[in-house]
Design a protein around this ligand. Structure first.
Ligand SMILES: NC(=O)c1ccc[n+]([C@@H]2O[C@H](COP(=O)([O-])OP(=O)(O)OC[C@H]3O[C@@H](n4cnc5c(N)ncnc54)[C@H](O)[C@@H]3O)[C@@H](O)[C@H]2O)c1
Length: 404
């Protein structure tokens, strides 16, 4: 099955692309890299393009015969959407329209859309059901709800089947540390907690301590990005087997308070970073918890990472890794990022003789150097993965093409 993934270089998209790749899908990623990096794309063919560039988008559809479209690309900052609503209606709503026009031209019958709990606004019900009233309170939520509506209307008219996934609070990172959040506009609580623990910001703030919740602070449903990515694979499988259009909440159906998250991060990181209590922000609901029954029942979704400590640990490990990768790229003076060079010169992980022997073998075989080194047990799989990630980020930082 061949799938187009818009925004597949981004945080959630790249985790989904990785799982799609591992599951054997053929993948084309369409992304303008505005908030992301080619280094996060571990599988598939990356087309660097903007959804507003209708010609390029159409060419991409023409070149490939997609069986399904997964649409992640969007702008995601609520404050930015309030300051610049037209940008949000353009990038999120109008560009979804561009994509739907291509779906129409090329007769796409399966579509999965990244929506958000922000479409509910201040929820009337808690846990929030898919049938709960949708009343977004900011342009970001409105721009996504309008996209949902267009997808629904077009599906009815065309016979396309869609799955709309409404994500709650997404956090965590690839447990193997290969990819994670890099969008600088992301201002989510767990990202802030990581930054405070790593000294990237002086403190973490709690907005409001007088909510009617367990400890007076806001309560949210945090979902690990790996489980969310898996929901997309489940959605594709569902559509492939003839499933009809559906909306699903993506959350665990349980919440943690802001205070609980911050104090858990202090314990996990071992850093007692300052936490400041300030007034509530306008429009912040007390508690937003997903009713996640429908996705489990209909898609058979089975989350594996429903554990706050795993979410916090993987998020923190990724932020540490990002600091280390950035430090590496900043101190480099050479443009030579070949695997052998990295192993030998930069990391002292292999002897010159072993490397020369492996390179000789590589010259006479179709195998990649990494495969040969693994087969000869000259490096561990963990070391190879670690150095390959380093290689991708160095190449990315220096504008070099990525090794496959
Ligand atoms: N992160 C969250 O907590 C969260 C919660 C609810 C919903 N969502 C939704 O999930 C989706 C992905 O969010 P994310 O957190 O991965 O954000 P992200 O910024 O990491 O990823 C978005 C990707 O889309 C690309 N993109 C943006 N505009 C584009 C355009 N015009 N053309 C081509 N590519 C474009 C960006 O370069 C980036 O790779 C979005 O649709 C967002 O609304 C995210």
């Amino acid at each position: 099955m061949k799938v187009l993934v818009t925004g597949g270089a981004g945080y959630i998209g790249s985790h989904t692309v990785r799982q799609l790749g591992e599951a054997g899908y053929e993948i084309v990623i369409y992304d303008n890299l505005s908030t992301s990096s080619a280094a996060s794309v571990l599988y598939g063919e990356l087309v660097i393009g903007d959804l507003k560039d209708v010609d390029r988008l159409q060419q991409t559809f023409e070149q490939h015969h997609f069986d399904a479209v997964l649409h992640f690309a969007a702008s995601i900052s609520v404050p930015e959407s309030i300051a610049n609503p037209l940008q949000y209606y353009t990038n999120n709503t109008q560009n979804t329209l561009n994509l739907l026009r291509c779906c129409s031209l090329f007769n796409i019958k399966k579509f999965v859309f990244s929506s958000t709990a922000a479409v509910y606004g201040e929820p009337q019900d808690n846990p929030v059901q898919e049938s709960s009233i949708t009343q977004p309170i900011n342009p970001y939520g409105c721009s996504k709800l309008m996209s949902e509506r267009m997808i629904q209307d077009y599906s009815l008219a065309s016979g396309m089947n869609h799955v709309i996934l409404r994500y709650f609070n997404v956090a965590g990172a690839d447990p193997q540390g290969r990819i994670g959040q890099i969008n600088r506009q992301a201002e989510h609580l767990i990202k802030i907690a990581c930054d405070a623990a790593l000294g990237k910001r002086p403190m973490a703030k709690i907005f409001g301590t007088d909510f009617p919740t367990i400890d007076g602070t806001g309560v949210r449903d945090f979902i690990h990005v790996e489980d969310l990515a898996a929901a997309h694979i489940d959605a594709l499988r569902y559509l492939k087997s003839g499933g009809k259009s559906q909306i699903f909440n993506c959350g665990y159906g349980q919440g943690y308070s802001v205070r609980q998250v911050l104090s858990r991060m202090q314990i996990i990181s071992g850093i007692d970073f300052p936490v400041i209590e300030v007034d509530r922000r306008a429009g912040d609901p007390a508690s937003v918890i997903a009713c996640g029954d429908r996705i489990r029942q209909v898609l058979g979704w089975q989350p594996k990472y429903n554990n706050l400590d795993i979410i916090l640990n993987t998020a923190l490990a990724w932020e540490k890794r990002l600091i280390a990768l950035n430090a590496l790229t900043n101190t480099l003076d050479s443009q030579d990022y070949r695997l052998g060079t990295l192993l030998l010169l930069r990391r002292n992980l292999i002897s010159k003789t072993d490397l020369d022997n492996a390179l000789t073998e590589q010259a006479n075989s179709p195998k990649k150097l990494g495969e040969i080194l693994l087969q000869k047990s000259l490096i561990s799989l963990e070391t190879l993965q670690d150095v390959l990630i380093e290689q991708r980020w160095r190449q990315h930082a220096n504008g070099l093409p990525q090794a496959s």
